[in-house]
Design a protein around this ligand. Sequence first.
Ligand SMILES: [Zn+2]
Length: 142
Amino acid sequence: MRNIREIIVHCTAMKAGRKVAVAEIDGWHKARGWRGIGYHYVVMLDGSVSVGRSELSVGAHCLGRNSTSIGVVYVGGLDNDGLPCDTRTEAQKAALKKILTELLDKYPQAKIYGHRDFSQTACPCFDARREYEHLTPLTAVR
Ligand SMILES: [Zn+2]
C-alpha cells in the first residue's frame, strides 16, 4: 500500500457545462507522455464518479506530491470567458463530499487539499482545504 497523506482536489479546467469522458482525459495525458489519465477519480457533471488510474498506482496530477496522494478531479472550473470559476453542480458537490469521505475512511491519516495549495494555479477554483476541513471518516460518524 502507498502511504497516502494528501487527497488533492482538481478541476479539469473546462468551461461550465462541457462534458468529458475518462477516455478523453486519458488521451490528453498520454499526449503529455504520461502512462494515461493522471487522476484517480473523475467527478462528472451529473455527479457520477468514474475511476481513472488505480489508487494503488502513483498518479500524475500534482508535482512533488504524486507518490503520497490521491487525485480527484471534477469536470469544469472555467466560466464562459475561460476564467477560473467554481462551476461545480449540486450533484458534483454532493459526489465530491461522498468520495472524499470514503477516501478519508480508507486513509484516515490523509488531509484534503486543493491543487492550488501546492502549486501556482487556480485549480480547483475553490478553497478545497477550507471547505472539506471538517469532513470526517465514515467510521467517525457511525
Ligand atoms: Zn489541478
